[in-house]
Design a protein around this ligand. Structure first.
Ligand code: ATP
Ligand code: MG
Length: 422
């Protein structure tokens, strides 16, 4: 006997019982993107490995240990399952010259792949929605994107995420800060963990991103990048804060906030909740003015953010006690030859009027059919015997309320069902 084949660890099936939440989220996101003039772009899941190495950065968690990279045995190409969307998005923009007519607002969504230790809110296949605005330099765009995210939380009914912002300045400010950081961490060599020791000279900024509680104190006492900011970046950051203040978006400045990817500069931000433990960041992003030229395009300022759909859905589901709303409107039960013929007609009629309907298949007594109707999660049963069929009528019985049943013609059934706030 062979072992049962199971899904790959950290790669989840999304079961029908959760589908409603995904539908709700995707519908809300679609309207929200339209409201801000973002157009969607659909990107491949596989890319050349070089794309991610060049954009995300060699000395990052993602490139060092999280990417699913393999050689295509048919032609020897080195390929990677995308760990994030920004690099592919910028690659596509350049490949198709999308910036030619002017600045651009783009959105993408779909699965991302990272070889991490699976736990609640951290998976090996997970899903993101991301937005990218290319060709915008001023802090008005950073502000718009942050306000935009806060509108989404309202639309989704999430009210306990907080905003943290920081500025990473320009290359020169990071270089100044880097020298000071190295000196600071060198003085605390003994307390550094292995990751930090390895990064000390290659990418010390990443050490600030450490999730190791043992490193907390040395990270807290490290020199702040904000103290090294160049004048333009400082001004940019101050203007962003004015915009957020004017729009009433609350935030805290977190001087340790750096992102796990190398391409960020100036504004970085995260939306965080306390409800998901170490997986508390539901949305993260910022400015990446250098990325377009790094991938081979003309220098183009840009900013964007990505959110983790699984983390957001677990917040929404928790808020709603995990109770999924009604699966469909009507379950049609029927018995008798005439009744079964009329049941098909009745079901089609209700569907013509935009109700969702399950027509019972497979026969059985009224009693057993009613049990199935109840278990199906439908709001109403439509009961059809030969008697009803002879009169072209149905008997409607609410399944989620203590009420009797009501017999009526099909047109009347449509208005009655509507009046029951379906
Ligand atoms: P973390 O610090 O939690 O590892 P990150 O900095 O690696 O996150 P980003 O690359 O900025 O995350 O991705 C944006 C968002 O995607 C995160 O804020 C999170 O909501 C989500 N995300 C990232 N990695 C995972 C994962 N392995 N499983 C589920 N969601 C994830
Ligand atoms: Mg990560």
């Amino acid at each position: 006997m062979s072992d049962k084949i199971q899904a790959i660890r950290g790669m989840n099936d999304i079961l029908p019982e959760d589908a409603h939440w995904w539908d709700f989220f995707e519908e809300t996101v679609k309207n929200w993107l339209e409201a801000y003039g973002y157009r969607t772009i659909r990107l491949p899941i596989l890319e050349q490995t070089a794309l991610f190495r060049r954009s995300i950065g060699e000395v990052t968690d993602i490139v060092e240990k999280e990417m699913y990279t393999f050689e295509d045995h048919l032609n020897g190409e080195n390929l990677t399952l995308r760990p994030e969307g920004t690099a592919s998005c910028v690659r596509a923009v350049l490949q198709h010259n999308l910036l030619y007519p002017g600045p651009l607002r783009l959105a993408y969504s779909g699965p991302m792949f990272r070889h991490e230790r699976p736990q609640k809110g951290r998976y090996r296949q997970f899903h993101q929605v991301g937005v990218e605005a290319l060709g915008f330099e001023g802090p008005d765009m950073d502000g718009e994107q942050i306000v935009m995210a806060s509108r989404l939380w309202r639309k989704l009914g999430i009210n306990d995420v907080r905003l943290e912002i920081n500025s990473l300045g320009d290359t020169a400010s990071r270089a100044r800060h880097r020298g000071k950081l190295i000196r600071h961490f060198e003085q605390h060599q003994d307390s550094l963990d292995d990751d930090a020791k390895r990064r000390l000279h290659s990418n010390p900024l990443r050490i600030l991103d450490s999730k190791n509680p043992a490193m907390r104190e040395i990270v807290e006492s490290a020199p702040k990048l904000l103290d090294e900011l160049d004048e333009d970046s400082l001004l940019h950051f101050e203007k962003l804060q004015i915009i957020l203040n004017e729009l009433g978006v609350g935030y805290t400045i977190n001087s340790r906030l750096v992102r796990g990817l190398d391409y960020y500069n100036r504004t970085v931000f995260e939306w965080v909740t306390d409800r998901l433990g170490a997986q508390g960041t539901v949305c993260a992003g910022g400015r990446y003015d250098g990325l377009v030229s790094q991938i081979g395009g003309k220098p183009t300022p840009a900013c964007g953010f990505a959110m983790g759909i699984e983390r957001i859905l677990s917040l929404i589901q928790e808020d709603n006690g995990g109770v999924s709303p009604r699966a469909q409107d009507v379950y049609v039960v029927h018995q008798g030859e005439k009744a079964s013929k009329f049941a098909v007609i009745a079901a089609e009629f209700l569907r013509d009027h935009h109700f969702s309907v399950i027509l019972h298949c497979g026969g059985g007594s009224f009693k057993s059919q009613m049990k199935k109707a109840d278990a199906s999660g439908s709001g109403f049963a439509a009961i059809i015997g030969d008697d009803e069929a002879g009169a072209c009528e149905i008997s409607l019985k609410p399944l989620r309320a203590e009420m009797g049943q009501f017999r009526m013609g099909l047109a009347e059934a449509v208005s009655w069902l509507r009046s029951q706030s379906i």
